[in-house]
Design a protein around this ligand. Structure first.
Ligand code: CP
Length: 298
């Protein structure tokens, strides 16, 4: 593995499976010994985050590491501009044994300046690779294997970085069928569709959730960023891409509904009581996956 973990393209299937074994180990034994014990973990989040920031902080605490969090670059009224990303990165990486970084822009090209490993916790609209590992680990908790599943990914696939990293990671597996459901304006950019080592995988792009929902093993609701045109669509159009008591009526009994959260209106609260609703369990599994990531990359 590379020093940093920046993209879902960096892990092969064997490495993903090794990480899942480690995540399972920490799930079964939350107090297991870790390479991260007594090490300093910096959480540099330039965008708001609940699950990823707090999740990595709690994961670090559980491993006996020493986390610190920073959410802003240095700026005071005596400075005409805030301190640069590059200078802040140099300082924080010198103070840390590992950095978890989120930014509203793509910062990946600047990371050669870091003196410690960096985990990408979301770089603009591009990727959110740790979320994809949490998503797949959650799927592996409910199905014997990921190979062969039919997975329906719904929302703004153009801008939502969770979908980008998920599709890239899924393409390591075999015999999958992906239903990519979005308004055509917001379909998945081609660069995220490049197949990797998986075999016999098929993809259908559609705007019609109703036509595919009954066949899905996994429904992944990635939502809509408020800045996209869908934010201005009327309720009738938003409902076409929404899970509610009506649209979920055709779900298979053994299907699972996942969502990276937070949600806006892509899953109505009435869905939370369904046995298929696993998004809060998914968020909880995130802790052991993050423990595995810290242990592996520090
Ligand atoms: N899923 C996710 O990235 O949530 P946060 O934005 O709260 O970290």
């Amino acid at each position: 593995m590379s020093t940093h973990f920046l993209s879902a393209t960096e892990l092969n299937r064997g490495q993903v499976e090794e990480l899942f074994l480690l995540a399972q180990h920490f799930l079964d034994q939350p107090k297991a010994k870790s390479r991260a014990f007594d090490r300093v973990i910096g959480l540099w989040f330039q965008e708001a985050s609940t699950r990823t920031r707090v999740g990595f902080e709690v994961a670090a605490l559980r491993l006996g590491a020493e986390p610190f969090a920073i959410t802003q670059k240095k700026f005071t009224e005596r400075m005409s501009v805030e301190e640069s990303f590059e200078d802040t990165l140099r300082i924080l990486s010198d103070y840390s044994d590992l950095l978890c970084v989120r930014g509203d822009e793509d910062f990946v090209d600047k990371l050669s300046l870091s003196s410690c490993p960096v985990i990408n916790c979301g770089n603009g609209d591009d990727e959110h690779p740790t979320q994809a590992l949490i998503d797949l680990f959650t799927i592996s908790q409910f199905f014997d294997q990921i190979d062969g599943l039919r997975i329906c990914i719904v929302g703004d696939l153009r801008h939502m970085r969770t979908a980008h990293s998920l599709v890239r990671t899924l393409s390591l597996f075999d015999d999958l069928h992906l239903d990519l459901v979005s308004p055509s304006l917001l379909s998945l950019p081609q660069q995220y569709l490049v197949p990797r080592t998986g075999k016999n995988n098929t993809i259908l792009e559609t705007e019609d959730l109703e036509s595919v929902i009954a066949k899905a093993d996994v429904i992944y609701m990635t939502g809509f960023a408020p800045k996209t045109p869908v934010g201005t669509f009327d309720d009738a159009i938003r409902q076409k891409f929404q899970l509610n008591s009506q649209s979920t009526a055709k779900l298979k009994d053994r299907a699972i509904i996942l969502c990276p959260l937070p949600r806006i209106d892509e899953i109505l609260p009435e869905v939370d009581v369904l046995p298929q609703a696993k998004y809060f369990a998914q968020s909880k599994f995130g802790l052991s996956v993050r423990m595995a990531l810290l242990d592996r990359f520090i």
